[in-house]
Design a protein around this ligand. Structure first.
Ligand code: 5GP
Length: 352
């Protein structure tokens, strides 16, 4: 047994120090990014925020919204859609704003293969970005799976995760991942830290993983733990190339879930982790015996139109850039100095 003594930080443990700036207005700030991916050779051009592949967030309605609003945000669409629905989406709206998600099961691979053999794929509108998502990206089996997908799909942009340490980021980049997804335990409806004792404070994970990925021309996506727009600024300031959001985008009219009303007329939406009892009941017919649920189910207020939420998120990010004099999002991490504002990590398990 060993104890690491150096302090690891979460978003809530820091603030960004303001810096002198020549920027007159947040309107002058460009928060889109352009990346060229190491393996696929494709170029990304847009605002690097991705809706998480969760029920109520990674929906086709959300993808359609992002395809139409022109900002270039994208959605990792949940893997639970029927093949026909996915193909119909790609055929109509193209692939710019959508990551096709899979786990590592053969069932997921069969569905992917069926898509790859379809006319939509052959017509050039098909899958060009793949999100390979498992709760624990540390297994050899997962690394082998990433290699297998890279061999099979040499020109597809692959995002893979989740991990939280530099050496595993390097292994995944070298195995064929263009983007490594970073985060174990920070999610708003995640209970991994409580159920297993495993995790890593997200800000430090992003700083360390971004450093490892960038050294190999890879990218990282900071996944989970953002609760307010300022957290996205901290994630990008820490070196994240993409930020993935679950809870911050949940509860809107694009969630494709049912909206409940209480006796006072207040509306609610049920939001749950993808390994919660709710998700397992819905998609797998129950919790498998060998595993405990590592996600929870919450009722959140219905938030209606997503436009106002998006304005808050994008406005907050632009404003953060003006406070440190970053004309482009690209400059934010270079101009970020974090100030530690907590002496100890009090509540790594989040609020319940
Ligand atoms: P949020 O933005 O809500 O804080 O975090 C979203 C992320 O939480 C997702 O992208 C995913 O990585 C993670 N997540 C989603 N569902 C679950 C779950 O049931 N258990 C765990 N451990 N993580 C989850």
């Amino acid at each position: 047994m060993r104890i690491e003594e150096d302090v690891k930080l979460d978003y809530k443990d820091v603030l960004i120090r303001p810096k002198r700036s020549t920027l007159a207005s947040r309107r002058e700030v460009d928060i889109s990014r352009r990346y060229k991916f190491k393996w696929s050779g494709h170029t990304f051009d847009g605002i690097p925020i991705i809706a998480a592949n969760m029920d109520g967030v990674g929906t086709l309605s959300m993808a359609k919204y992002f395809a139409e609003d022109g900002n270039g945000l994208s959605v990792a669409v949940t893997k639970h859609y029927a093949l026909d629905d996915l193909q119909a989406y790609y055929a109509e709206h193209g692939n710019r704003n959508i990551w096709y998600s899979i786990g590592v099961s053969e069932k997921d691979v069969e569905k992917l293969d069926a898509f790859l053999a379809s006319d939509v794929q052959k017509g050039g509108n098909g899958i060009d970005k793949l999100c390979i998502d498992v709760a624990n990206g540390y297994s050899e089996h997962f690394v082998e799976f990433v290699k297998r997908m890279r061999d099979k799909l040499p020109e597809t942009t692959i995002m893979a995760g989740n991990v939280v340490t530099g050496e595993m980021v390097e292994e995944l980049v070298l195995s064929g991942a263009d983007v490594v997804k970073v985060g174990i335990g920070p999610g708003s409806v995640c209970t991994t830290r409580k159920m297993t004792g495993v995790g890593y404070p997200q800000l430090s994970a992003v700083i360390e993983c971004a450093d490892a990925a960038h050294g190999l021309k890879g990218f990282v996506c900071a996944d989970g733990g953002c609760t307010v727009p300022g957290d996205l600024a901290k994630a990008f300031g820490a070196g994240a190339d993409f930020v993935m959001l679950g809870g911050m985008l949940a509860g809107h009219d694009l969630c494709e879930g049912s909206i409940d009303e209480d006796e006072n007329g207040d509306k609610f939406v049920t939001f749950y982790g993808m390994s919660s009892d709710t998700a397992m009941q819905k998609h797998s017919g129950g919790v498998a015996e060998y595993r405990a649920s590592e996600g929870k189910t919450v009722r959140i207020p219905y938030r209606g139109d997503i436009a106002e939420t998006m304005q808050g998120i994008l406005g907050g990010l632009r404003s953060a850039c003006t406070y440190v004099g970053a004309v482009e999002l690209k400059e934010l991490s270079k101009r970020t100095t974090f100030i530690r504002v907590t002496q100890q990590i009090n509540n790594v398990f989040g609020t319940s």
